[in-house]
Design a protein around this ligand. Sequence first.
Ligand SMILES: [Fe+2]
Ligand SMILES: [Fe+2]
Length: 293
Amino acid sequence: MKNTASTAEKHPLENIEQWEENLLDRYPDPESIAQGRDTEAYRNYEAPARDSVREFYRLNHQYQTYDFVLGKKREFLAFNKREMPVWDAFVFLNQLVDDSDPDTDLDQLQHLLQTAEAIRQDGHPDWFVLVGLLHDMGKVLCLFGEAQWAVVGDTFPVGCAFSDKIVYPEFFEHNPDTYDPRYNTKYGVYEPNCGLRNVHLSWGHDEYVYHMVKDHLPEPALYMLRYHSFYPQHRENAYDHLMDAHDHEMFKWVQLFNPYDLYSKAPTPPDWNELRPYYENLVAKYLPKTLKF
Ligand SMILES: [Fe+2]
Ligand SMILES: [Fe+2]
């Protein structure tokens, strides 16, 4: 992205939750459809919000190039911005709450806690619960002044042809990589079925949190963190040709995680003070005293 990008270009969404609301529009909860409650709430999604999301993806698809991703990795995977205990990071993350948005009654910590609690109630291993708690921690990128389209949004491989199964594929016509012969073939810079560990995805909060905790959690947890926004694959199977057998095995976890992320909004928010001892123990069991950002 050019440094001259305007504020409007950095913040096309009223808040970053509009992306998740749009996900619910695209991938409504199958259970609520079956129960006839249906997706009315999602379909009531107003035109201005839809336009914001459209504009968001226009910018995302234009600016997320192969070079952009490598540049952001150099910048943020140095982890030289801050160091803080996980608990301070939650407080930091909660600065993202936007009071001006009437639909946002959940702060970031509540979303993380609800996701984690839903996983815990289903009896999954504790590191899976921890994934729920941590998965959106990378959104602190917004607080470092990053554009929304470089923090949230569906992720997709760069350095090879963009799939038409990615949301708003037409906007890739504004991405210079579309016209670059190094990057615009089916495999681009990659080998067939080379495995996702060799593939660069568009830059955002998934990749960032994965690197933050990659030395501390079991591999299925790391896949869930790293690929939870990779809807073009875990929902659309658009990149089987880059995945290897191990990725496919691990994506069962990514798919298992996704409904907890999308559909775990509870009418009664969990009581943080009551839950805090459990989560403090959980964090202490797996993570160092401080995390580097
Ligand atoms: Fe996320
Ligand atoms: Fe999330």
